[in-house]
Design a protein around this ligand. Structure first.
Ligand code: C5P
Length: 309
């Protein structure tokens, strides 16, 4: 008898960079009120989901060894959450192929959770609509709804309330991965500490930045990039200052710490410049790995599945 090997549903989910990350005060629930303009980048993770008789998680690719394969992984929690919602068991074999730096401030873990929600909705034929997936995503983490949404969006609340932002043209980025990660809660705590001690400047509202996005103008956008978490990330990892300087010296229009860091993102005027900046940064020895990326790109989406299933 022929045995049929189940084929996976494969979902690709993007990383993100915060073009603007305004951090408000600490709320009573332990979160900070954010105003964030996110852009989804082509640097992405692929998540393979296959019918199985137990829930398992495997990880391949960049930094795979440092990613948990148990309940500590957001994909595990995503599978359990969706299974509870569907009233079924969470039996699925999940393989994550990492392209996004781990603990890098680029929402890699959130992207994997978003991909799992989209993929299991398909694999288990649940028929949940986008709004239902967004709601489940927000339960898992503040950045999960954006990695479902993709493109460019304004996030408020914890970052989970999203509105699309008009963005013309593609923007070209160089992504510099630092040695070692930074914990997101630790970076937020460091910002609270810096604010309790002094009064670090806060970025204003993102109105001008949104005009530059609508115009598709990288040169106008560059000086408007801003991140309130950058001071805290630099305080915990002062060597990032060198990386930021090196990227601009190499020809980038601007460099920022991505989200809670420690990854640095450099906006370049075009793809050729991005490739040159990447080569120069690699030679400068200020970071672990360099990638070239572009954005905006779509949110988590099914790449392929077995149509005969
Ligand atoms: O929502 P998520 O689990 O991704 O958040 C991780 C941590 O980042 C939170 O526990 C909190 O310490 C911090 N955070 C915050 N304010 C936000 C989002 C995250 O303080 N708006």
């Amino acid at each position: 008898m022929l045995s049929v090997v189940p084929r996976p549903v494969i979902v690709r989910a993007p990383s993100k960079v915060n073009l603007h990350l305004g951090v408000g005060d600490l709320r009573e629930d332990g979160y900070h009120e954010l105003t964030s303009v996110f852009q989804a980048l082509s640097l992405s993770d692929d998540v393979h989901l296959t019918e199985s008789d137990a829930l398992t998680v495997r990880v391949r690719g960049v930094d795979a060894d440092s990613v948990p394969t148990d309940r500590g992984n957001l994909v595990w929690q995503a599978a359990e959450l969706l299974a509870r919602r569907a009233g079924r068991s969470a039996d699925v074999a999940i393989t994550i192929v990492k392209g996004v730096p781990v603990a890098g401030g680029m929402a890699g873990g959130s992207a994997d959770a978003a991909a799992t929600l989209v993929g299991l909705n398909e694999l288990w034929r649940l028929g949940l609509d986008r709004a239902e997936l967004f709601e489940l995503g927000a339960e898992l983490g503040s950045d999960v709804p954006f990695t479902l949404h993709g493109m460019t969006a304004l996030g408020t609340g914890r970052g989970e309330k999203l509105l699309p932002v008009l963005s013309r043209n593609s923007f070209h980025w160089v992504i510099a991965l630092a040695k070692g990660g930074l914990s997101t809660p630790a970076v937020f705590r460091e910002l609270d500490r810096l604010r309790a001690e002094g009064d670090p400047p806060r970025i204003g509202d993102p109105d001008e930045l949104m005009h530059a996005l609508a115009a598709g103008d990288a040169t106008a956008l560059a000086p408007l990039l801003g991140n309130d978490l950058q001071a805290a990330a630099l305080s915990l990892k002062p060597e990032l200052r060198r990386t930021l300087r090196a990227g601009v010296t190499a020809g980038a229009l601007a460099g920022i710490v991505s989200g809670s860091g420690p990854t640095c993102a450099f906006l370049c005027s075009d793809e050729d410049v991005a490739v040159e900046v990447a080569a120069e940064l690699a030679g400068a020895g200020v970071c672990r790995t360099i990638r070239v990326a572009h954005g905006p790109v779509p949110g988590a989406r099914v790449l392929a599945d077995d149509i005969s299933r």
